[in-house]
Design a protein around this ligand. Structure first.
Ligand SMILES: [Mg+2]
Length: 272
């Protein structure tokens, strides 16, 4: 495996030996993974972004062999994550932390305050007034405006016009605006991937190494929250600045990372 640093083009990067040494030395490990762009490539039709059987079986194996149940942490609604990954044994956290589910347990839903919900509804109406509601995904605690699949000039134009509406709202207390891969996102900011990772880290036994793998602007909060204490990996070829310690080029390299991660786990630990 090549020895690289985050600034090395991701097409040539993989984790350095020092990272694997930390993974091996940890008393326990907690693996947290984003979904779109990390485990699976993006698709214009979002529900066709499915994990293939080899990846699903890899995820099941990681879960079976981990002391701490691995987590998928995504901006997608929990219902979609359950449809895509329900049989994997993974703990699923949707809507950037507003919805959670552990297999065998009840779904936990958190709700933002009324003022935040009202501002999200107003932001949705503003997009509908432009006639672009077919590109608008209204989630319980967030809005996503999708431009994937549009010709580049049309995507830029729409992102500019919707961004002009949403960006000022994202500066208000309680909301956050992000330009993501394939669109824009406005969401309730009291919870984000950073607060989720911090909570999982706080709940893990002492000596646990928390690793987070993600690919997008909304994953940066998790990289920053982990800091030097955890292990953070940004996926993708965009080479945008990142708080992550390492880079992987794409879902293929993530699958190879998972294979090596799994091979380092004891054979008969039980997920809890
Ligand atoms: Mg992603």
């Amino acid at each position: 495996m090549a020895f690289t640093h985050p600034e090395v083009p991701p097409s040539r990067s993989a984790l350095p030996a020092s990272a694997w040494a930390r993974i091996c030395a940890a008393r326990t490990r907690l693996l947290i993974l984003d979904y779109d762009g990390t485990l699976v490539p993006f698709r214009a039709d979002r529900m066709s972004a499915r994990a293939g059987e080899p990846l699903l079986s890899r995820l099941r194996e990681v879960t079976e062999r981990s002391t701490l149940r691995p987590v998928v942490l995504s901006g997608r609604p929990l219902a979609e994550l359950r449809q895509l990954l329900g049989g994997s044994g993974l703990r699923l956290v949707g809507l950037h932390g507003w919805e959670e589910w552990t297999p065998g347990q009840e779904v936990v839903e958190h709700a933002p305050g009324a003022a935040v919900r009202e501002r999200l509804e107003a932001a949705a109406r503003a997009v509908a007034a432009l006639g672009w509601q077919e590109r608008l995904e209204v989630k319980r605690c967030a809005l996503a405006f999708h431009t994937r699949g549009l010709p580049p000039a049309a995507a830029r134009d729409r992102e500019q016009r919707v961004g002009a509406l949403w960006e000022p709202l994202g500066r208000d207390r309680g909301l956050r605006f992000d330009r993501t891969h394939g669109g824009l996102e406005l969401r309730a900011s009291e919870r984000d991937k950073g607060t989720v990772v911090t909570g999982l880290q706080a709940g893990a036994p002492e000596g646990t190494l928390v690793a987070f793998v993600g690919d997008d602007a909304t994953d940066e909060a998790a990289f920053a929250a982990l800091g030097d204490q955890g292990l953070s990996i940004r996926v993708g070829a965009d080479l945008l600045p990142t708080a992550a310690q390492y880079r992987l080029a794409g879902p293929d390299q993530v699958e190879a990372f998972l294979a090596r991660w799994t091979s380092l786990l004891p054979a008969r630990e039980t997920a809890s």
